[in-house]
Design a protein around this ligand. Structure first.
Ligand SMILES: [Zn+2]
Length: 237
């Protein structure tokens, strides 16, 4: 049995013991009690270590772990207790479940859009996972050669008008692009880091729900950059 399968079988035990101890608030009263299951017992730091270990595994052996999918599905079918929230780009090369070592069903609560931005839908999704599912870690994951960030850089540098909804979509990256103009190094890559940093800060401070959990030490918000060439995720803060 591989590490992934072991984690899945262990989680059945953790799931039973963790919920009452953590006292996770629920949104049952507003009709969102669709995932009733005790929260993970992992601390924010333990969840982060698990992600780092998964990414190392992915770098060394990028074949997807042969988890027992049927067993996993049965385990999580009636409720979820994801141990990390990942806000990532919609880029097809940045699938969090793969980048973090073949995470299985029920492991990661993933929000994705081009540029990994925290719009209203994303903020609400993250708040739901924090408050209702008791997920202890939030990761904002930027990545090398991000097209959305590159587009925002072009708007910032050349005033390019982007078609359709793409222009408004990248607007929230523009403050990071403006802040990085003229800095040494690759402009787009600098903005990838800065945008992820700002987004993580926004999530931690502008969401009253997340801020309360962060203040209480139950949730940590971090950000990182995924390197398309090496497969490595650098956690930057
Ligand atoms: Zn991208």
């Amino acid at each position: 049995m591989c590490e992934q399968c072991l984690r899945v079988s262990r989680r059945g035990f953790f799931g039973v013991t963790a919920g009452a101890a953590m006292g996770v608030a629920t949104l049952a009263g507003v009709g969102l009690d669709i995932s009733a299951r005790a929260a993970t017992a992992l601390s924010p730091d333990q969840a982060l270590e698990r992600l780092k270990a998964g990414n190392l595994k992915y770098q060394k052996a990028p074949d997807v772990c042969a988890a027992d999918m049927l067993k996993t599905r049965e385990t999580v079918a009636r409720g979820q207790s994801p141990w990390a929230i990942v806000l990532a780009c919609a880029d097809s090369r940045v699938a969090p479940e793969l980048v973090f070592g073949g995470a299985g069903l029920g492991d990661l609560f993933v929000c994705r859009n081009a540029g990994a931005m925290a719009d209203t839908a994303t903020m609400g999704s993250i708040e739901y996972a924090v408050e209702h599912l008791g997920t202890p870690l939030i990761v904002v994951l930027g990545h090398q050669r991000c097209g959305a960030v590159a587009a925002a850089c072009e708007v910032a540098e050349k005033g390019t008008k982007l078609p359709g909804s793409i222009g408004p979509m990248v607007n929230s990256i523009l403050p990071a692009a403006s802040a990085m103009r003229g800095k040494t190094g690759d402009f787009t890559d600098n903005v990838v880091r800065e945008s992820a940093r700002r987004t993580a800060l926004r999530i931690a401070t502008e969401s009253p729900i997340v801020a309360e959990f962060v203040h209480g030490g139950k949730v940590k918000v971090v950000y990182g950059r995924y390197d398309l060439d090496s497969g490595a995720v650098d956690f930057l803060g």
